[in-house]
Design a protein around this ligand. Sequence first.
Ligand code: CP
Length: 312
Amino acid sequence: MSKLSQKHLLGIKYITKEDINLIFETATHFKEVLSRPIKKVPTLRDITIANLFFENSTRTRLSFELAEKRLSADVINFSASSSSLKKGETLIDTVNNILAMKVDMVVMRHASPGAPVFLSKHIDANIINAGDGTHEHPTQALLDGFSIYNVKGQLKGLRVAIIGDIMHSRVALSNIFCLKKMGAEVMVCGPSTLIPNHIESLGIKVEYNLRKALEWCDVANILRIQLERQDIQYFPSLREYAQVYGVNRKILDSIKKEIVIMHPGPINRGVEITSDVADSKQSIILEQVENGVAVRMAVLYLLAGRMEVASQ
Ligand code: CP
């Protein structure tokens, strides 16, 4: 069986189209395993994984933990709020103390862009980036791409619009890298203050008009306004943002085709998306969450470098 080209998953930027295809192929197998009455396989029985979350998470943390347990790994969980970081311990000291407990893989979320890359230069364990500041969130992009692939059959040639707070979103950057590598056309849409200068240099389109973006795309991935990362005011009010960039039933009904609606969560209902859109048949938001477990099982399995997927 083929292996990933990298020892770590630090970002989609560092992996190849072949890696992504291999992850999708392996995730398809694990998706089938997860539909069985007995969902657990012994694949990572001798592997110990530490989930180090220095920043809040619901979906990613639970999804990784479930993926690890479905693969029979031993799991330890660390959360910054209840740790000795509060007593002044450095990141390297914290991680080295955890690794002294014979940990093989580290899943890490951190508020600082580049924290997983920094860590990879100091420790031997495989590292998976579970989101580093405004930089990358590779497993989110992989589960988003896998979810589109499951609905549409392929990514090549598809038009995907990423709508919202592009500036502060690690999901946007990882999605752009993933979708471009897989041959999709990508557009970003949002207020000009929330779109980074020169983002076109990544080979994508920029649109400031929501209706035009929705008319152009086959799939709309709608992102949350990341107020916690905004130190200045980028738009007048959330109410005005919802009026101009909120995806609602009325605007979708006025588009001549049915587009697939995605959102990585957490959702701010009534701001970037209304409930009647988020909960509609067009939305694959909960499929994204479901696929996240299979995709993370695939990443863990492939990074562990095992030769065969257990079949029981
Ligand atoms: N999509 C995502 O990363 O959600 P969490 O912040 O809850 O992990």
